[in-house]
Design a binder for this molecule. Structure first.
Ligand code: CMC
Length: 426
């Protein structure tokens, strides 16, 4: 068997041989297929449904089998046995850390959690009802002005410092955005606590000397953070890579990722799920709602995925975590509606034929709500852990000699070469 593709251009009768590598052909190889004097053949792929934009060794997904692995380790094992910072290290460095490496990484992250006081004032400047994702996006972008040295992206030590800063400061920024919306004083990081315990303290501490969250809630948040840490070339990662390909600093690239994640078809789906469940209101309304979805009136949020054509493995783990959280907080009454929706959808021809299964966002919102987060905070809880994945992908992009500035082609469909018409004659 030869690893190549034979193509006959029926317009010219010419034959071409194109190499196949890793199940792909290079789009640039198609350029040679051309009519005389015309540009060569290109591919048309809105939404990149069948185009690989990079080679990556970070996250593996088999969507048909419902498999997700970070650096080769199954997500189920990582969720069961590791911590978020351990997973972040794995994503960023390619290997699980030794005890010393993990202790060093944890120490560094813990000691970069504070924000410049001016940044606190910057967050204070937002309106009382500003969406926390808007605040997060703007404040991450603002960080680039505090660390102008971050532009030195070719220096590995400098990259490492900015990565540490970003991973460390994201929970602080997210918590400040939350407290701002609540009209509560911002809580500074507590360096005695773990990454997730400190985040919970910055969110919920009031007048107590020390805020110690319930261990079960800390563990549940740790699992949620692990599940959200990376997901290969999704919309926001593609945004980070695309903006990063201009060689801008990592804060600006991550801010672009936050913007992409904000959208309801991506990370904003968990917020949309909660709002949908509230709107449905009671279990007896589920059938009517599903009929509306099938009639194309709206989408069943938290269902369907570009890659998974099976149960999203993250949804399975989250469903289990629901039990642990609800043991502490009491059962979220919306759970019944969610379970009924899932049951009906999984038996319905519309969903079966389109291979629509619950995704990561279907149950995560229920946990977040049980933890007393307002829906606007849900996507922030996605962005914080995804930062390690974005940065691992950003770093991989910079190391990849194949990569260039992202610049897709277009098929031009507009008018050509028209004479300007003076305004009074239009
Ligand atoms: N409810 C009802 N119908 C759906 C849904 C849904 N949630 N998702 C897809 N479909 C239908 C869609 O209308 C289309 O039907 P038809 O073939 O009759 O036109 C078919 O299924 C294929 O869908 P698609 O829109 O071509 O699929 P896509 O790969 O472009 O979109 C998706 C993937 C995730 C954007 C989409 O499934 C969706 O909008 N889901 C709801 C939003 C959501 O839960 N997003 C979170 C994704 S997971 C976490 C993350 O990435 O942030």
């Amino acid at each position: 068997m030869t690893d190549s593709l034979s193509i006959r251009d029926n317009r010219t009768g010419r034959d071409y041989e194109i190499a196949i590598t890793d199940g792909t052909i290079r789009a640039a190889d198609l350029k040679q297929i051309a009519l005389d004097g015309e540009p060569g053949l290109a591919t048309y792929d809105p939404g990149f449904v069948n185009t690989a934009s990079c080679r990556s060794a970070i996250t593996y997904i088999d969507g048909d089998a419902g498999v997700l692995e970070y650096r080769g380790y199954p997500i189920e094992q990582l969720a069961e046995s590791s911590s978020y910072l351990e997973v972040a290290y794995l994503l960023l460095n390619g290997e699980l850390p030794t005890s010393d490496e993990l202790a060093g990484w944890t120490h560094e992250v813990t000691h970069h959690t504070f924000l410049h006081e001016n940044l606190k004032q910057f967050i204070q400047g937002f309106r009382y009802d500003a969406h926390p994702m808007g605040m997060l996006m703007a404040s991450v972008s603002a960080l680039s002005t505090y660390y102008p040295d971050a532009r030195e992206i070719a220096d590995p030590e400098n990259r490492r410092l900015q990565i540490t800063r970003l991973v460390a400061k994201m929970p602080t920024l997210g918590a400040f955005a939350y407290r701002h919306g609540q009209g509560k004083p911002y809580v500074y990081p507590d360096n005695d606590l773990s990454y997730t315990a400190n985040f919970l303290a910055m969110l919920f501490k009031m007048s107590e000397q020390k805020y110690n969250a319930d261990e079960r809630l800390i563990k549940a948040l740790e699992v949620l953070f692990i599940l959200h840490a990376d997901h290969e070339q999704n919309c926001s990662t593609n945004a980070v890579r695309s903006v990063g390909s201009s060689q801008v600093d990592p804060y600006s690239a991550v801010a672009a990722g936050i913007g992409a994640l904000y959208g309801p078809l991506h990370g904003g789906a968990n917020e949309a799920v909660l709002k949908m469940l509230r709107r449905i209101g009671t279990v007896d309304k589920v059938g009517e709602f599903i009929e509306g979805v099938k009639a194309g009136k709206e989408k069943l949020m938290g269902f369907g995925h570009r890659v998974y054509k099976n149960y999203d493995p993250r949804a399975t783990i989250i469903k289990k975590a629901c039990d642990d959280v609800f043991a502490v907080t009491g059962v979220n009454p919306l759970l019944k509606i969610a379970m009924e929706l899932e049951k009906i959808a999984l038996e319905d021809e519309y969903f079966i034929s389109r291979k629509l299964y619950p995704n990561v966002d279907f149950y995560s919102g229920l946990i977040y709500e049980a933890l007393q987060f307002p829906p606007e905070m849900f996507t922030v809880l996605f962005a914080i852990p995804r930062t390690s994945g974005w940065l691992a992908q950003w770093q991989e992009l910079l190391m990849d000699k194949d990569q260039k500035i992202a610049r897709p082609k277009q098929i031009y469909t507009g008018a050509r070469t028209r004479d300007f018409i003076p305004i009074e004659k239009r």
